[in-house]
Design a binder for this molecule. Structure first.
Ligand SMILES: O=C(O)CCC(=O)C(=O)O
Ligand SMILES: [Fe+2]
Length: 329
């Protein structure tokens, strides 16, 4: 059952992580095969028994709702900084050649590193402490717990991904010692129909990094471009699951074996939609080399890079605030 598309009425595969999390060897090979099939196909799947406690999710969502309900000037007190930490107002993110900026607000956090961390001192981009609202300790606690639990789930998933690519389970661990994991709470106001068909909550895009783990509420609105049919298929909400997808960096790393699939969000529910996206990405200096997965040097399709250079390059292109930061620097 576990790798069958169509399970639970969804058009995307549903993969059960429970066996792997219990250390069951047979489950590992089954799950890795299901992951390989999903990643070479549609590039998206749901995971069940993902191990992130319901209470951790519920508290992060409650804190997200309370944060976005604050007056704009309060949210602007933690406006996004050069390390890509903090609040982005409506209109701050423009995907690719989209006509209009995304109709969403979001708040980003990452790995909490002190100012005296050697990589922070050395000026490694995107590194440093988070940009926490001052008077909201419960917000910080909830998001930190969520970040850590999602990080554990991401590590578990990548053990399966490693096996799915014929590598030892711990292949990714040495590339994730100081991970560039970014977690974003996202708020999509109800989208008035008069905004038109070229207005999106998130315009069509593919994700920058290796894998994304998404919690979404019950309102729906995420759609995935199925390449074979050129059809946008809904990633309908399924309680108790996360939606997982391959990003551009893993596509590049696997020399296009795994598919980083375009997706988009339109919140037509008439209600407020909340989601939490976790981009579970490697160390800044991690080398992205398809030879890791047995690709012959003459077959490699892209130039070598590091995770940090790739992700930073994509962030620079997608967020208008970075241009403003440079102008005022
Ligand atoms: O909110 C969602 O459902 C998806 C968000 C997304 O695709 C992204 O932030 O990259
Ligand atoms: Fe995305």
């Amino acid at each position: 059952m576990q790798s069958l598309p169509g399970a639970g009425g969804s058009e995307l595969p549903i993969i059960d992580l429970g066996g792997v999390r219990r250390g069951d060897r047979a489950a590992m090979s089954r799950t890795a095969a299901a992951i390989r099939s999903a990643c070479t196909g549609v590039g998206f799947f749901y995971v069940t028994h993902h191990g992130v406690p319901d209470a951790v999710i519920a508290e992060a969502v409650a804190q997200a709702r309370a944060f976005f309900a604050l007056p704009l000037e309060r949210k602007r007190e933690v406006s996004v900084n050069a390390r890509h930490r903090g609040f982005n107002a409506l209109g701050d993110a423009l995907m690719y050649e989209a006509k209009r900026p995304d109709h969403k607000e979001f708040y980003s956090m990452g790995l909490e590193l002190p100012e005296d961390d050697p990589d922070v001192v050395a000026g490694e981009p995107l590194r440093g402490p988070n940009n926490w609202p001052k008077d909201r300790p419960a917000f910080r606690a909830a998001l930190t717990a969520y970040y850590d639990a999602m990080g554990a789930c991401g590590a578990e998933l990548l053990r399966c991904v490693a096996v799915s690519l014929g590598r030892p389970e711990d292949f990714f661990a040495s590339r994730y010692r100081k991970r560039l994991q970014r977690t974003q709470i996202i708020y999509y106001p109800p989208q008035p129909p008069e905004l038109g068909d070229d207005q999106f909550g998130v315009a069509p895009h593919s994700d920058f990094g290796c894998i994304t783990l998404l919690w979404q509420d019950q309102n729906g609105g995420l759609e995935v471009l199925e390449r074979s049919s050129r059809r946008w298929i809904p990633a309908q909400p399924i309680p108790g699951t996360l939606v997982v997808n391959v990003g551009d960096l893993l596509e590049r790393w696997t020399n296009n074996l795994y598919a980083s699939t375009p997706h988009r969000v339109v919140n037509r529910s008439g209600r407020e939609r909340y989601s939490i996206a976790t981009f579970y990405d490697p160390d800044f200096k991690a080398v992205i080399d398809p030879r890791d997965f047995g690709v012959a040097p003459e077959d490699i399709r892209t130039t070598p890079t590091t995770a940090g250079a790739h992700i930073l390059g994509r962030i620079e292109k997608s967020f208008g605030y970075r241009k403003k930061l440079k102008e005022t620097a």
